[in-house]
Design a protein around this ligand. Structure first.
Ligand code: NAD
Length: 480
């Protein structure tokens, strides 16, 4: 592993420091935010109160009619300028994200996240959404128009903090809503940094950050003057938000947890698919909603898949996200480190085989856990039944494909799933899987033009593309 110390890499580091200093409030007024890899304080996030939230919602309400009155073309122009700004500062933003969240700069890491923010903003800005003619005959015409809802709350998680914030915020702004966003208490600075860049091009009051803890999240969700809640986070919190919406009847988009299954079919070319299988599970050190979280492998290929993935895991360099040589980073929070450790310990106690990893890597930092492959494990183990959200993949053996499909569908969570092997057979199996998305011979790729969302306990509502724009709009039928 190498740490770059050239002048070229010092400049973005200074830029990242400057961006952090811009959004950070200082030790007297804020809460220290650690570097996920080292624990060193990287900045201080404001601790907004419910009173601050009231002010923010009032400001958003006042700013909304003027923002809506600008019209689609002007809002799109401003959002494209915001995307340019994010792109121009992408390396600095990536370094803020890598430090706060712990993901690597390289690969599908912090540079991907920062670049993705610009891509998703542009997509929301440029996706056409025309009124739909529903009926036209004998002098009558009915059309469906999409109007702004008003004030949208965007509540996000800590795993892809800036990118997920953009998934929520950009379509809402494009459709003429104003937004109050509440980042996770663990990763507020990444969201504040990307919002700082965007706000260089938006009128005041259109997009505001409230950086507070869970109580502030609960207060936004229940607030009578919030018209829509875009929520991404755990299924448990999703249920609380549904309850809160009984009071304000806010519309909801709920992107909740996943426990994505993958099924490897007999005859699959393991060596050709192994890298994709590995990254399907270990992207962002496993802290990804739609990552492969339990892999069902036919008995004829079981040993080959286990050994191949274990060999890749054992060799994958792990280290601080800002280290150019790291392919896997640290866990973001102590709490997540505890969850991952306890799920692996439980699997071990049940007699599962830890093929590689299975322990922390304290020499790298306080929240590193070695890339772990667990074999000879059954569906009742917590590691299979629950979302691990870390660098651990349980591999489960099956002998009968119908049985594997039944077990894949047995989870309450149904965000993503994948089938690996002959594409034609895989498509047939995909038809029988209950999931928001099913990938064939890949897992977890997302496209800003293709809708994404879960079913069952993984939530409801779609994000991205025209479906995503409709989700942050009030449908209005006009009949002439
Ligand atoms: P979390 O539910 O603990 O927190 C998410 C956000 O909700 C935070 O900002 C938190 O402060 C806020 N919050 C907490 N209590 C609240 C309440 N009562 N009302 C309103 N807001 C409240 O989730 P997390 O641990 O930050 O994120 C990890 C989870 O998110 C995982 O389960 C993961 O699968 C899921 N996730 C899903 C997607 C998706 O697109 N489906 C994407 C990323 C993460």
């Amino acid at each position: 592993m190498t740490t770059q110390t050239t002048t070229d890499s010092a400049r973005p580091d200074e830029g990242a420091r400057a961006l952090l200093d811009t959004v950070s409030v200082g030790p007297d007024n804020g809460r220290p935010i650690p570097d996920a890899a080292t624990g060193e304080t990287i900045g201080y996030a404001p601790v907004h109160s419910v009173a601050d939230l009231e002010e923010a919602i009032k400001t958003a309400r006042v700013a909304q009619p003027e923002w809506a009155a600008l019209g689609h073309a002007e809002r799109s122009r401003l959002l494209n300028l915001a995307a340019d700004e994010v792109e121009a500062n992408a390396e600095e933003l990536a370094r803020v994200i890598a430090r706060e969240q712990g993901k690597t700069l390289a690969g599908m890491g912090a540079r991907f996240e920062a670049g993705g923010c610009a891509v998703w903003i542009r997509n929301a800005a440029d996706t056409p959404l025309e009124p739909e003619v529903l009926f036209e005959a004998e002098g009558t015409r009915s059309e469906l128009r999409y109007e702004p809802l008003g004030v949208v709350a965007a509540i996000g998680p800590w795993n892809w903090p800036a990118l997920i914030a953009m998934w929520q915020i950009a379509p809402a702004l494009r459709m003429g809503n104003t937004v109050v966003t509440k980042p996770s208490e663990y990763t507020p600075l990444s969201v504040m940094a990307v919002v700082e860049l965007i706000n260089r091009h938006l009128p005041p009051g259109v997009l505001q950050v409230i950086s507070g803890d869970r109580e502030v999240g609960a207060a936004i969700a229940a607030h009578p003057d919030i018209d829509k809640v875009m929520f991404t986070g755990s299924t448990r919190t999703g249920r609380e938000i549904v309850k809160a919406s009984a009071h304000n009847l806010a519309r909801l988009t709920l992107e909740l947890g996943g426990n994505d299954p993958g099924i490897v079919l007999p005859g699959a070319d393991v060596s050709a698919l192994a890298e994709k299988l590995f990254w399907g599970a270990f992207i962002n050190t496993g802290q990804t909603c739609a990552a492969l979280k339990r892999l069902y492998v036919h008995e004829s290929l079981y040993d080959e898949v286990v050994d191949t993935l274990a060999a890749i895991a054992a060799e994958m360099p792990m280290g601080p996200g800002t280290d150019e040589g790291s392919a896997l980073g640290s866990l973001t929070t102590d709490q997540q480190f505890g969850i991952v450790s306890s799920l692996v310990d439980d699997a071990r106690e049940r007699g599962a085989r830890i093929v590689t990893g299975g322990e922390p890597a304290p020499e790298l930092g306080p929240r590193f856990y070695r890339a772990t492959i667990v074999a000879d494990i059954d569906d009742d183990a917590r590691l299979v039944a629950e979302e691990q959200f870390g660098p651990v993949l349980p591999i489960v053996k099956y002998s009968d494909l119908d049985d594997a499909v039944r077990r894949a569908n047995a989870s309450d969570q149904a965000l993503g799933a994948s089938v690996w092997g002959d594409p034609e057979q895989a498509l047939e199996v995909a038809d029988r899987i209950q999931s928001g998305t099913v990938w064939i011979n890949q897992h977890g790729s997302l496209n800003p033009a293709v809708p994404f969302g879960g079913i069952k306990g993984s939530g409801y509502g779609l994000e991205f593309g025209a479906h995503g724009l409709k989700a942050v709009s009030a449908p209005k039928v006009v009949t002439v």
